[in-house]
Design a protein. Structure first.
Length: 318
């Protein structure tokens, strides 16, 4: 073997070694970047937890005050209704009508006020339940999750819950666009509810929050696609329910912009969002996964960029 051949082989070996070291270095850099990203996310979660704990503590105090005042006024309304009833009985119908004709109109207002107070009281209770569940997001200084409360089970029909969430999320999506001065679009809704599903005891609060987050994303996806395709595109969101063994399946599909495959893994990371600044916090699907974990549910996402996104939820029946 000539010196030239030996040098050529040594150069090839050296080049192979350099290529191997370069690849290893790139892998190490990638691992370091991922570790730094996880650290940043953890720091954000800790900061968010501290901030949220303070905000929600004050918010609960205000909500408790509103709830208490609504309760007191509701008792007063019930007392006035009782007085009207006793007066009617004591005076007789004819005399009562002569004396309280004008007051009966006020009585209708009283009835309306009572309904309004009951509505306020129930909605405040709902908000308190949501804020009480803030432990899903909070972490203590060691990065350990705080103990979670068991979900409250309510006997209901899943089809009713899903229909309510679909209407509520689409109305909210439309309202948000209107508030920003953006044009209104007509979203076609398709539903296929399994009528054979009976009532079950389900974690309704958690299911509602999961559904609204997912439908909100679906509405955003079809809205954005409609802005790009003016003609020959019908924004569509479809929902299907079915009972398979001991699990309720909920399938939410939209024909929006879809999700690039390279970012699917990142979707449930806290603060990761594909939406522009001001449109999303990057917490929606992270919240969904934590709520699913709380109720022992599961989720699968199928998507094709510029074609569709399909989210399949599995809700166990206890």
């Amino acid at each position: 073997m000539t010196i030239k051949q030996e040098n050529s082989e040594q150069i090839q070996l050296l080049e192979a070694k350099i290529e191997q070291l370069t690849q290893e270095l790139q892998n190490k850099d990638k691992q370091l970047e991922e570790a730094q990203e996880r650290l940043k996310q953890q720091e954000k979660l800790v900061s968010l937890g501290e901030m949220a704990a303070s905000i929600f503590h004050d918010l609960r105090n205000y909500l408790s005050s509103i709830h208490d005042h609504a309760g007191v006024n509701l008792i007063r309304c019930q007392y006035l209704e009782k007085m009207f009833s006793e007066a009617r009985e004591w005076l007789g119908e004819e005399t009562f009508l002569e004396i309280f004709t004008d007051s009966l109109e006020e009585g209708k207002l009283l009835s309306n006020l009572k309904e309004s107070l009951v509505y306020t009281e129930n909605k405040v209770k709902e908000i308190v339940r949501i804020t009480s569940d803030i432990d899903i997001y909070l972490y203590n200084q060691q990065g350990q999750k705080l103990p979670q409360q068991k979900p409250n089970l309510v006997e209901t029909n899943i089809n009713t819950v899903v229909a309510e969430c679909l209407n509520l999320a689409c109305q909210a999506g439309e309202l948000k666009k209107q508030q920003k001065g953006q044009e209104k679009i007509q979203v076609h809704l398709e539903t296929d509810y399994d009528s054979s599903i009976d009532n079950f005891c389900l974690p309704v609060d958690e299911i509602k929050r999961i559904m609204i987050n997912i439908i909100d994303n679906a509405y955003y996806a079809v809205y954005e696609k409609k802005q790009e395709i003016v003609e020959d595109y019908l924004p569509t969101i479809s929902i299907k329910t079915e009972l398979i063994d001991n699990e309720i399946k909920i399938i939410i599909r939209d024909n929006g912009k879809g999700i690039p495959k390279e970012i699917i893994r990142k979707l449930t990371r806290p603060f990761f969002t594909t939406k522009p600044l001001g449109e999303g916090t990057g917490l929606g699907l992270n919240i969904v996964t934590k709520l699913l974990g709380k109720i022992q549910g599961r989720m699968r996402i199928n998507t094709e960029e510029n074609e569709y996104t399909q989210v399949i939820l599995g809700i166990p029946i206890n």
